[in-house]
Design a protein around this ligand. Sequence first.
Ligand SMILES: [Ca+2]
Ligand SMILES: [Ca+2]
Ligand SMILES: [Ca+2]
Length: 296
Amino acid sequence: MRCRFALVPALLAAACNQVFGLDPATLRDAGAAIDADPTCATDPGGLPDEDGDTVRDACDPCPQLDERGDGANDADSDGVPDGCDPRPGVPDQQRAFYGFADVERPGEFTYRIDDLSTGQADWSANDGDLRISGLAPDSDALAELQVGRATVTVDTIYRLEIDPSPKQVIGVWASIDPDSVDRERPRGMDLVVATLGAVAVDPTVVLNDWPTALVQTAPADPVIFSIGARVRLLFTCEQVPAPRCVGSVRDLITGQKYEVDTANQGLVPTLRAGAIGLRAFAVPAAFEYLAVYVDP
Ligand SMILES: [Ca+2]
Ligand SMILES: [Ca+2]
Ligand SMILES: [Ca+2]
């Protein structure tokens, strides 16, 4: 019951680019510091510039946030400014950044997988957002980054701009097997927030191939599924020292935050080498960006 397209950098290109009209991800070589890029030393600025801080995304160590000022500090010296560091105190390196700008260039979206029986959602990029419209029961947008099973962190912000449907799920993949036979529930790790109507919010991890409710550190609040909600999802899965995934769901309007940790429940995730991505279930939403971090 799923329609899905995959966001895959580089190789197969062209045709779907015409369909989706999306900008390419900013991909960064492992181990390459941004300020070591000679084209960034004399960067004149330009587009795409997700956060509008006049530094082009490809040369911006914090492309999703204007980090000038206090956010420019880098307490753990990993090259990711405090303003957007997903794990302060732990080494990180930004591996990819999707700003979803209107600028259309070749080389990003390379194939689409549909598994349709009850409808199809549309993913499209405009005004710097990736929007999903329609009320398909389950839809994922995936990017294959070949990050292996090292520590992977995904960071996104979503907004709800119109009336959501009674049943809603929004989530982010940090580990997935894109070759899973089961398109309904592929194997991997997915942090999702879900609600049935306006009565409850339930942060959950899809553990391997089945959803597992996680202990919440704060009472549920359905405001994160209200019109105008703006919510940041951060999800990290690591293999060393032991398989573990931690996630947070933070309402940027109210400041309320929910945190989940598989270790607190004695759960052992089976991490997959493959794709990361975004998920929506019957809820129109706009994703502002998708940032991906790995171990340096
Ligand atoms: Ca910035
Ligand atoms: Ca840092
Ligand atoms: Ca860090």
